[in-house]
Unconditional design. Sequence first.
Length: 191
Amino acid sequence: MKQFLHTTTIVLAVLTVCSPSKIWGQIVEDDPTQLLQLNTITTAVPFLMIAPDSRSGAMGDVGVALSPDANSMHWNPAKMAFSTNEVEMSLNYAPWLRALVDDMNLAYVSSVRRLNKRQAFGVALRYFSLGNITFTDEVGTTIRDFQPAELSLDGGFSQKFSDRFSGGFSARFIHSNLTGGVAVQGAESRP
């Protein structure tokens, strides 16, 4: 039985290495329609996935596991009820990708207020500036300069149910103006 498994493993390894078929990871080069398609994964308002506070960001985005503070509005609103201070505020500023460009930045301000021993309310404002971008057409003619920016405003509430259990919710308003109304690939855009 042991020799059978050993022989089977060797045969499968040889067949895998000597397989004459091609393996394509993203597109098939023989299909010209796929060569012109955008194959990247795009998400709406990706700035929301950037850690807004330097403490959590430096620790690998572990804000959910840290002690409750004013930045809990971003990571887990339910943590606000465990705050030990009556009022907490946090102000964060990060020059984003400074080695590549000098005018991108992320600013974040948040505040948590305990209403009583079991409830807390929090608000947060996040602003992401992408700096100055020059829009051009297909041949490189300048259309205009623009400073794209994204903004989110959050409000949340937290209720402590026991010494170790709480629940919370938050609502978010998002504004994204990345193109300033410039047509992108023939499609009109607006903030």
